[in-house]
Design a protein around this ligand. Sequence first.
Ligand code: ATP
Length: 446
Amino acid sequence: MDDRMEKLISLCKRRGFVFPSSEPYGGVGGFYDFGPLGVELRNNIKRAWWRRVVQEREDMMGLESSLIMHPKVWEASGHIAHFSDPLIDCRRCKFRFRADEVPMVPGTPPACPQCKSEDLTDARPFQMMFKTFVGPAEDTASTAFLRPETAQGMFVDFPVLQSIARKKLPFGVAQIGKAFRNEITPGQLLFRLREFEQMEIEYFVRPDDAPRAFEEWLAFMRDWLRVCGIAEERVVFHEIPDGERAFYSSRTVDIEYQYPFGQKELYGLANRGSYDLERHAAISKQDFTYYDQEANARFLPHVIEPTFGLDRTVLVVLLEAYHEIEGGRTTTTESNKEVEVVLKLPKEFAPYKVAVLPLSKKEPLMQEARRITQELRKRWMVAYDDVASIGRRYRRQDEIGTPYCVTVDFASVEDHCVTVRDRDSMQQERIPIAELSAYCGSRLPV
Ligand code: ATP
């Protein structure tokens, strides 16, 4: 493995993107806190996704369902019976790991990945849903689960949603929200968490329309990867062969990414048939059918499910954006000595869109810089920095991906102009202050 993950982890912590939760207490594996820049980045990704998935489409609607649902939901979905990973314990060092983490070499017994001991327990299923209790009694009757995926809310609400929306098939529901899984081995920063966020779609179609809708969403996912600035050559569309898919799925594509620690899942797309609606109809004894007015017939729609992990998106977006320039991009002696980091984030995702940097702390220059900052803040997240040399301040902004830096100098007070520097080209342009907002607005996505 190269050292990109270590560098990213260090940048994320140093600049306040993301860091372990409960640090003064030693942290809790698989839980992270998002700092000021991380919150902005996540919100920008969610907004960009929601705009393309819900806002710009006639056939989609949004939903926010509860994190704790009726326990029967998880019985119907199969999670209570099947949502488990095979777990092995090492009797010598007590290390606990997933059975698929030990390489199986024919002819040799499996060994502990930590201490290499062969004294291991058999693999046994480990339920990955977090349990809790609803109400004051802590007994079986009040046991509930934190949802391990957002999808079930969209299936369970299908009857009410179809009557509210009064839409004809095909139509879909989108949801962004937290999911919880008691993963055996969380790790690799945001790759495998115990508390994470999903952006999921359930797209309801006529059975004969499912292959077309599948292709449409596959194309959408390709486009979304482009929006995220993810290089095509590091993405693999893995068509899951017959026999390896869930039994109800007639087609599944795993969208995998070549992380520094190996090729693993980023997103998934599945044709789930009518399995979920059938199960909820059977267990709840309610009607989950769709009424087709033209044909005067009722049937269970089929479902195409594109699913996007938000945290894996954040991780991959950061990995793709991270660029190091040995010796720096400028020729000043100070920066020559350093490795310069530029986070080439898509502008739409950048936490700060603009930074205002006054060249001096003297008045009336400072006052003018403050006024410009407040004006721009009506439209965007704007950083203000008056500490250290201008070169250092540019590099601080490059490192967090700010697309535009505005320097306010002594001439600004006289000629009412500022200099705007572009993060990627480092080109500088002198702009009248009165036109600054329109200048940035024409270069930044809505
Ligand atoms: P994996 O095989 O990596 O455990 P999965 O197949 O169980 O993933 P799904 O159940 O399909 O994942 O979940 C949908 C999406 O949610 C995944 O594509 C991924 O982006 C995200 N996701 C799943 N588990 C985690 C996790 N523990 N931490 C962060 N994101 C996750």
